[in-house]
Write a protein that binds this ligand. Sequence first.
Ligand code: TYD
Ligand code: MG
Length: 470
Amino acid sequence: MAKRSSTFACQACGAVYNRWQGRCDACGGWSTIAEEAANAPLPGGITAPRGQRGKGRVFALEGLSGSTEEAPRMVSGIAELDRVTGGGFVRGSVILLGGEPGIGKSTLLMQACAAVAQAGHRVVYISGEEAVGQVRLRAERLGLAQAHVELASETNVEDIVTTLSQGKPPQLVIIDSIQTMWSEGVESAPGTVTQVRGAAQILIRHAKTSGAAVILVGHVTKDGQIAGPRVVEHMVDAVVSFEGDGAQHFRILRAMKNRFGPTDEIGVFEMTGAGLAEVSNPSALFLAGRDGNAPGTAVFAGMEGTRPLLVEFQALVAPSSLGNPRRAVVGWDPNRLSMLIAVLETHGGLRLGQYDIFLNVAGGLKIIEPSADAAAAAALVSSLTNAPLPANKVYLGEVALTGALRPAPQGSARLKEAAKLGFQSAFVPKAGFEALGSSELVLDAGSDIADLVAGIAARSPQKGTEFEPE
Ligand code: TYD
Ligand code: MG
């Protein structure tokens, strides 16, 4: 049988096929499959080519408790960034920083570079997208032109690694972006997944051998996939994504994977005229401009990692003229909303079938905690009954399919944050009530969804009408 000389790889997800096809079976993308040279040995691959064996003893085996000469972490001094990385960049590790184009990745990294360089480390910033002059211009705008960051505009990874190996080894290397990098050892066009993977492998090996922390920038597409660079996600030590709403000024840094730290911490920044500013009290930011007297808004006492975070849920429940009423959610799980509506109908005595329902988490934040159910439900009921909720009240608790309310973890930390921000009362589940201990807030405990609905409906101007639960 003739040896095949090429394979076909999906440029979106990296799946490999023997022949061309219009649609990728793995990710469902159309026209994403392109021909690439077959069996191109990835430079520095983990396994040796067939027929080659390792020599007798080529590396030293060491115990877990051995000593490492340098401090394993480098703090950037940008607290919101260090929080997400788990206390600074780990030497010899590789971080993939993903985000939509224009979100501020290069800005964030330039600020981090300057801070690390300030601490006396050698920092190299390689841009494959911008000329040195453009990068300098940004640094100037950020007021960082004096920082000792070494700049280069380069896309060939062999040249980059050779240059980095000369002189004092750098402790932090930025590659902006991995999509622009290419390796001579890979016979595919620049920008293909094979090239991205090959180039990443060389840079990762450089990080491991030199002890430098390497940050790879990867652009993501609108649907949130790290296109192309997604194929390197499993090879890197941490995947961090930089998110935000283009129209709004704040940006959220979130760890998706982290071999050296937590994945539930977020860092909050605000894009200003002079770069990214840290937001150390995000609750105040997310609640800014809140109109507490409008029906349909409820404040959730949330938790992001170790930090309590207060956010506003906004709901609009409006009579629908459609046979199939609309349900739209921003910042929350649509399945969770469907479930909550079903529970409100079955156990809360509400009829929502004839209403369009919209739910929004203010500030472009994405909430994934189940404990937000009570706040979402409160906002929905408040909008339906046209009853504004008390402006100084927070809501927390998970709603079970039985209608029962379940306690939120770390309840007392959430209540403490709410009290700090001037809230005076909280709706909490009766289950686990004792665990909350004493609180500065007036606690209103409910055992199930019907308690929550009844409490809100009692405030409704339409009291006694169809809105009042049976
Ligand atoms: P950038 O860091 O280039 O984004 P990325 O590398 O993720 O593509 O940031 C680009 C945007 O940030 C650009 O639209 C302008 C804005 N910006 C500011 O608002 N203030 C600033 O000080 C800087 C440097 C950029
Ligand atoms: Mg950029």
